[in-house]
Ligand binder design. Structure first.
Ligand code: BTN
Length: 246
């Protein structure tokens, strides 16, 4: 459950704030960090998350899991699905997920998720669930982003406030995290595939310098991506893999 909310004007990164507290040996499950501005917002794969002041939603939620890091493979997919549901309840439809955890509308990025784990593979673990949702990105931010993007203002004429969005995200995310703790990813699989941007499409996977082209068959019960290529279906685990439409 949610325990505390900390709202700051300026931070380096809400994920970094949360990680620092965890490293001070604090058990801070259920703490939500929100910021108006991130001077060093972090994206996946070492990228920067463009975080202009008071324009978008930037938050990190710390959640404690007891089943060990290995069982958390599907967590980022569950977070993505919870965001899709929250947006849909606010009237934003057509949002899709890109494995493992981007939110897209018409192939443009609306939100990103960055999970950071602290704990060991077999036992207790605290996860920082970092989420950035583009709400009203100023046009001049375009250069820093480096990929096609959209925001809620462009999708809805600006009638969704950041407060409303944060509430609706928590209303969906908290129960889904509990359901995931109890049942694992398998119970989310069908629903996730229904909003999967690349379901049954030809995709190109980049694994370091290696490239694989195949038919994307969705995800397995643990959340690994299934791609048919060369006559076999291979299961890919998140990490340093990126996937795009062929
Ligand atoms: C990605 O798609 O690359 C992940 C982006 C995650 C951005 C959020 S914004 C709040 C939290 N704090 C950070 O520094 N990053 C995450």
């Amino acid at each position: 459950r949610l325990t505390t909310i900390s709202l700051e004007r300026v931070v380096d990164s809400t994920n970094m704030m949360a990680m620092r507290e965890i490293h001070q040996q604090n058990i801070i499950s259920g703490r939500l960090y929100l910021a108006e501005y991130q001077a060093a917002g972090k994206g996946r794969r070492g990228r920067t998350w463009v975080s202009p002041f008071a324009k978008n939603l930037y938050f990190s939620l710390v959640w404690r899991f007891t089943q060990g890091a290995a069982a958390l493979e599907g967590l980022s997919l569950v977070v993505g699905l919870a965001l899709v549901k929250a947006l849909s309840s606010l009237g934003v439809s057509r949002v899709q997920v890109k494995w493992p955890n981007d939110l897209l509308v018409d192939s443009k990025k609306l939100a990103g998720i960055l999970l950071e784990m602290h704990g060991d593979a077999s036992g207790e673990c605290q996860v920082v669930i970092g989420v950035g949702v583009n709400v009203a990105m100023p046009a001049q931010s375009e250069e820093g982003i480096g990929q096609p993007w959209t925001d809620l203002q462009r999708l809805t004429n600006g009638d969704i406030s950041r407060n409303q969005l944060m509430s609706e995200v928590l209303n969906h995310l908290v129960p889904e995290l509990d359901r995931f703790s109890e049942h694992g990813f398998a119970v989310f699989r069908e629903e996730w595939q229904q909003v999967h941007a690349f379901q049954n499409e030809t995709v190109r996977l980049m694994l370091g310098s290696k490239e694989i082209v195949g038919e994307c068959q969705g995800v397995d019960d643990r959340g690994a991506l299934m791609v048919r290529h060369g006559g076999v279906v291979e299961h890919f685990h998140a990490g340093e893999i990126s996937v795009r439409r062929q």
